[in-house]
Design a protein. Structure first.
Length: 184
């Protein structure tokens, strides 16, 4: 089996994991507020919410389309997907987003990882290098957008978490510039 390149980005967001996970799973206009990667996205086959086995259609800002399937869905810790159908140059594409509690419990470490294999095989020395660069740039932009979404009042108000405690007046508000993004 050929080497499968991986790109990864990580950010710390000032919300607990259940909120971070819920933000990552927003859809429609709310998703477009924070996710710079997508131009259009919707569930397929009558699905109305994410879950293992659910398929989605996504058109990226590049104009490329992909049908993907959730292979794992475990709120609030992680979600994984694999490409079912997509751009001709991807033989394999998969992604995983992990959400772990920060040391203080009020923050979340979000780690997003994509793996891929390009075709045709004889071009992989070049296409994998280009893919790491393009997907690395996209995943960093996307996770920065996610961090902004975690601070966005409209995005946070759209998530349905009845047991989540909203910030109180005497708590530090969720504002400020995005926290650092690393390329691990």
């Amino acid at each position: 089996m050929d080497h499968v390149p991986v790109v990864q980005a990580q950010v710390v967001v000032p919300v607990p994991p259940d909120v971070a996970f819920a933000v990552s799973q927003t859809t429609g206009e709310v998703r477009l507020r924070w996710d710079p990667f997508i131009r259009r996205q919707h569930f397929l086959a009558g699905a109305r919410q994410p879950g293992r086995g659910v398929r989605t259609f996504t058109r990226s800002w590049h104009g490329l389309s992909m049908t993907s399937e959730y292979v794992s869905y475990a709120p609030p810790s992680h979600v994984g997907m694999k490409m079912i159908e997509g751009p001709w140059f991807f033989e394999v594409f998969a992604g995983g987003w992990r959400f772990t509690p920060g040391a203080d419990g009020a923050h979340t470490v979000a780690t997003w990882r994509y793996s891929f294999r390009c075709r045709p095989a004889f071009l992989r020395p070049v296409t994998h290098r280009v893919g790491r660069w393009v997907l690395g740039r996209d995943i960093r932009r996307r996770i920065r957008g996610f961090a902004a979404g975690c601070r966005d009042d409209v995005v946070r108000a759209s998530i349905d978490l009845p047991d989540v405690v909203q910030p109180e007046a005497d708590r530090e508000p969720i504002t400020g510039p995005p926290l650092p993004v690393s390329d691990q």
